[in-house]
Design a protein around this ligand. Structure first.
Ligand code: 2AM
Ligand code: CA
Ligand code: CA
Ligand code: CA
Length: 266
């Protein structure tokens, strides 16, 4: 039986609004914070609760679908066969903790490895970026138009400046050269929001040296609908089962950033 993607998107959207309301309620009380891979890699009880919320909703409504999420509520996946929900319950946990602002819920649905539905909800701004494959991308009810190119020297790129000062980052020098040559850089602290901003023409490109599938799975579905590109720094297809370098942008800009800057470590 084929899947009604419109219906599925509507269902996912309702879960997202419900989860956002849980997150906002949680801001009224003190939040338990822990560190993961390093002292600045944060997780809260809310991240875990929101991931569980989605996992249980999906299990109940779509028992055959599979689940891949940041906080490990479900078992690990080693393939994208079937229908897979790739979810980041809170993207921008540091912002959630420090700013109580600039964080998103990111939900993507892949079918036999193809991105079908992507939703990124900027909770505090009430902006839902959403797309169904081949049906356009939207912010709330407003349809996004295919992006227009800008030359690299007039472009604004999303980039975390920390990557420029980390000595063990092999892409430090290419990224410095890029920062020098573009008009300016911005850092919002949520990869999902930054990728959505590229689709919405608020940024021309976005770059990160190390992201996981749930950081970009929904974003790349939005990008495809407006004619943008997403790849690894080497220009290869993104992997949805392991960590990767990520570079996204308008097609010409993306090509130039890969070929003249980050395509090779220096
Ligand atoms: P997160 O908030 O879901 O962890 C921060 O610049 C962006 O990078 C966020 O989207 C954040 O997602 C993501 N990120 C990926 N890996 C990270 C890590 N190890 N530590 C902190 N942020 C990470
Ligand atoms: Ca995290
Ligand atoms: Ca994330
Ligand atoms: Ca997260």
């Amino acid at each position: 039986m084929s899947i009604d993607w419109l219906e599925l998107e509507k269902t996912a959207r309702n879960w997202i609004y419900e989860a956002a309301s849980l997150i906002k309620q949680s801001l009224a009380n003190p939040i338990q914070i822990e560190s993961k891979s390093n002292p600045d890699d944060l997780v809260t009880e809310v991240d875990r609760a929101v991931e569980s919320f989605f996992y249980h909703k999906i299990q109940k409504t779509y028992p055959k679908h599979l689940f891949l999420g940041e906080e490990g509520v479900a078992e690990e996946l080693d393939s994208l066969k079937g229908t897979v929900w790739i979810i980041d319950p809170i993207d921008g946990t540091m912002n959630f903790v420090h700013q109580r602002y600039n964080f998103a819920i990111s939900v993507a649905v892949y079918h036999e490895g193809v991105g079908m539905v992507g939703l990124i909800y900027d909770v505090m701004n009430d902006e839902l970026f959403h797309a169904i494959r081949d049906q356009g991308a939207y912010i709330n009810d407003e349809e996004l138009v295919p992006v227009k190119e800008r030359p690299l020297h007039e472009s604004i790129i999303g980039l975390n400046a920390k990557w420029l000062v980390q000595e063990k980052n092999p892409y430090r020098n290419p990224l410095k050269a890029l920062v020098r040559d573009v008009r300016s850089i911005r850092s919002y602290g949520s990869a999902a929001i930054e990728i959505a901003y590229v689709a919405a023409d608020r940024l021309d490109g976005y770059i990160s040296v190390n992201l996981s599938p749930w950081d970009y799975a929904a974003g790349v579905i939005l990008l495809e609908e407006v004619g943008c590109r997403a790849s690894t720094f080497k220009g290869e297809h993104l992997d949805f089962l392991q960590k990767s370098t990520v570079i996204v942008g308008k097609p010409d800009l993306h090509k130039e950033m890969v070929s003249s800057y980050v395509g090779e470590e220096l």
